[in-house]
Design a protein. Structure first.
Length: 275
């Protein structure tokens, strides 16, 4: 090759470099901005939305930062409210794995396993929560429910009474005690606990509905109806009263007293009527 041809080839090659570099630059995507967690105001706003919206939002927050304990706990709570109990338990357990002393995650583990009917698997987390927060009534309230579900009635009552010593007349604890009494067929004692609970400023709609149930099952239909009509639309009240009438008639026509195992479906059926 002549010197002139070599020089031309060299110039062509050098001139071709920018072209190749430009073509390569066109194939490299622009840098994607990292996703950031939502600010406090956005998070607070989503806390006031329905469970489905919260599950999507907190799922995205958890995907952005899997180590965010708030996102993990909130996601578990939303999943539990949607009935996805296994996923809720797994999500809360992952939080505890990362943060062994996360109280809220321990409580969610207990709630999820109780809700799926497998309270035994939540007891360890709840007992741990009781240890790290001895002045918090919530672990004791949930422990009572878990113990009751696994047929440790004495332990359940001890946990509930310990909770009441911390927070006297706590509606949630009193309601849990009342439901246990209803499950055992002791409607009078259940009514007494629920009246105490309903009289508290923090009593929820569900407390009053459970009181109406206890009254209705004893034949105190008029008072039960009065309570129901304060909180529910007329068609729902009529439906609930019809259910109560059928249930009380079944109880009257039964020669043998209802066994505890037969009573718990009653509470579940009533609860489903009020969802």
């Amino acid at each position: 090759m002549s010197r002139t041809r070599c020089l031309a080839a060299t110039i062509s090659l050098i001139m071709g470099l920018p072209l190749a570099s430009g073509a390569l630059a066109q194939t490299v995507p622009e840098a994607v901005a990292p996703r950031l967690p939502a600010d406090a105001a956005t998070r607070a706003a989503y806390d006031r939305t329905d469970a489905l919206s919260r599950s999507v939002f907190w799922g995205n927050e958890h995907a952005i930062n899997p180590m965010d304990p708030v996102a993990g706990v909130k996601m578990a709570q939303a999943l539990r409210e949607l009935g996805q109990f296994d996923r809720a338990a797994e999500t809360a357990e992952a939080v505890v794995t990362a943060q062994p002393n996360n109280l809220e995650a321990m409580l969610e583990i207990g709630r999820a396993h109780i809700a799926r009917g497998q309270a035994f698997y939540g007891i360890n987390a709840l007992e741990r929560a009781r240890e790290i927060a001895p002045r918090d009534w919530r672990p004791l309230s949930l422990l009572g429910v878990a113990y009751q579900q696994v047929r440790r009635a004495d332990d359940a009552n001890a946990a509930w009474h310990a909770g009441l010593s911390i927070s006297p007349d706590q509606p949630e604890i009193l309601t849990n005690m009342a439901i246990a009494r209803m499950g055992a067929g002791n409607l009078v004692e259940a009514e007494n606990y629920l009246r105490r609970a309903a009289a508290q400023p923090g009593a929820s709609l569900q407390v009053r509905q459970n009181l109406a149930l206890a009254l209705g099952l004893q034949g105190k239909t008029a008072e039960a109806e009065t309570i129901l009509r304060r909180d529910l639309p007329p068609e729902t009240v009529d439906h609930n009263l019809a259910w109560l009438a059928r249930r009380t008639e079944e109880m009257r026509s039964t020669v043998q007293p209802a066994q505890p195992a037969q009573s718990s479906p009653t509470a579940r059926s009533w609860d489903s009527l009020n969802r």
